[in-house]
Design a binder for this molecule. Structure first.
Ligand SMILES: *Cc1c(COP(=O)(O)O)cnc(C)c1O
Length: 461
């Protein structure tokens, strides 16, 4: 589309604009504007310096969708999800997405799962845990007991948003530390920390650090025993941000969800393996009784009444539509096939990296397709991982190196997340590049002579 310009600029291409030889406005809104194509080109050019999303193995977040989904997203850009009265069909689709997620996680058939789509798992976790805080307080008050010192129990393997919840909503965080050879939350660690003031226990289905799964079924059984012995009714919230759309399709027999009686709420990041672009998570409760009534706002607005459970008011609706699109488009079968490929590519990559003989794996690509590696040789300086990460960046790969949380912080890991658009071809190229990066590190610094054990899974407790 050719834009009409005034005066001598009339037929000039964007790069002929004077704006391209002037400093770009950075800190203040400029006095005068610029032509649309010039602004568009200028911003696109600046974004070229970002990493390539397809090669970003640091992130779980979806970087590709079908062209039909892109079109749907653009068509719905101007609809605010909160305007339930004006956009009743959009609101109904939101309800369907929450219901489908609840059914996927085996909410009891006789009940209606309730919940909300959120900006991501962080908001979803805060909403889930707020409900448990209120439910706990209501139970305490009804029993005439003090309700001013709530605590929440989780492992140091959680995402930072759990600590954020505890800080923002004034709940004591009782964090079970990791150890050199256990990188998940165990029932023993939970038992040592729960008491009558525990609003809930957070369990992770696929930790961000190593992809391992907390011992959810064992913690569920422990909390049953605690209730029988002490009378404390402590719920579990499962953080299934990364695993919630993998395990149900890839390993449907694995009971981590509402099939366990204590699991009362679950969050998932639809923008991870729900295969939707960033900006959407879901919190879902096993049934309406888990969400205290006073938290659901019945807002009288613009001529109608809407009920809402969220932290923010306005929000884009198109991510919800994209999730519905994927559910219709893919069905169970489509998700299972895509995730089957993803897991197969992750296992291929694991095998290639094992055969390099330099790493010990902390992950086993069983529940979620992430690969976390530490150095096999305990005497090799851990900075090798940072060097490998930096060298890979030169070929465009983005693969972070970081320490595990306390008390396993002495272990540094290199982590790659395998996503839908990481094909077998890319896996081969990536493994080649890791091998080349190690060779370059060795040229800079000769390898340690001892023969280390390799390829073994470590940290499984
Ligand atoms: C990604 C992630 C989060 C945070 O989710 P967002 O959707 O980015 O807010 C929380 N917990 C786990 C386990 C995660 O992997």
């Amino acid at each position: 589309m050719r834009r009409i310009r005034h005066g001598e600029d009339r037929l000039a291409p964007a790069y002929a604009s004077r704006d391209f030889s002037r400093p770009v406005p950075r800190d203040r809104i400029p006095d005068r504007g610029m032509p649309a194509d010039v602004a568009h080109q200028m911003i696109r050019d600046e974004l070229q310096l970002d990493g390539n999303p397809a090669l970003n193995l640091a992130s779980f977040v979806t970087t590709w969708m079908e062209p039909e989904a892109d079109a749907l997203a653009a068509e719905a850009l101007n609809k605010n999800l909160i305007d339930q009265d004006e956009y009743p069909r959009t609101d109904e689709i939101h309800r369907r997405v929450v219901s489908m997620v609840g059914r996927l996680f085996h909410a009891p058939e006789a009940e209606t799962p309730v919940g909300s789509c959120t900006v991501g798992s962080s908001e979803a976790i805060m909403l889930g845990m707020l409900a448990h805080k209120f439910a706990w307080r209501n139970r305490r008050k009804a029993a005439g007991l003090p309700a001013d010192r709530p605590n929440v129990v989780f492992g140091a393997d959680v995402h930072t948003c759990w600590e954020k919840f505890a800080l923002y909503f004034d709940v004591e965080a009782r964090i079970a530390p990791l150890s050199a050879d256990c990188h998940i939350l165990t029932p023993e660690a939970v038992e040592a920390r729960v008491d009558e003031n525990t609003i809930g226990v957070g369990c992770v289905l696929g930790t961000t650090f190593t992809g391992q799964v907390d011992k959810i079924a064992e913690i569920d059984a422990l909390l049953d025993r605690v209730q029988a012995e002490k009378g404390w009714d402590i719920p579990i919230h499962v953080d299934a941000a990364s695993g919630g759309f993998v395990v149900p399709f890839h390993d449907p027999g694995f009971a981590w969800d509402f099939r366990l009686g204590r699991v009362r709420s679950i969050n998932v990041s639809n923008h991870k393996y729900g295969l939707v672009y960033p900006g959407i998570g879901t919190v879902v409760f096993r049934d309406a009784s888990c969400l205290p009534d006073e938290l659901v706002f019945k807002i009288s607005y613009l001529g109608g009444e809407m009920s809402n459970y969220s932290l923010n008011f306005s929000k884009a609706s198109n991510q919800v539509l994209l999730q519905y699109y994927n559910f219709l488009r893919l069905g169970h079968e489509g998700y299972a096939r895509i995730l089957g490929n993803v897991m197969e590519n992750a296992r291929y990559l694991e095998d290639r990296l094992d055969r390099l003989g330099r790493f010990r794996r902390l992950s086993d690509a069983k529940s979620i397709p992430i690969i976390a590696l530490t150095l096999a040789d305990p005497d090799e300086p851990p900075e090798t991982l940072d060097l490998v990460s930096q060298i890979l960046r030169e070929s465009g790969w983005i693969v972070p190196a970081y320490p595990l949380p306390p008390d396993a912080q002495q272990i540094r890991v290199l982590r790659a997340v395998v996503r839908e658009n990481f094909s077998r071809d890319l896996a081969e190229l990536f493994a080649d590049d890791v091998e080349a990066a190690l060779a370059r590190v060795d040229r800079l610094r000769p390898p340690h002579p001892s023969e280390p054990p390799t390829g073994r899974v470590q940290g499984v407790c």
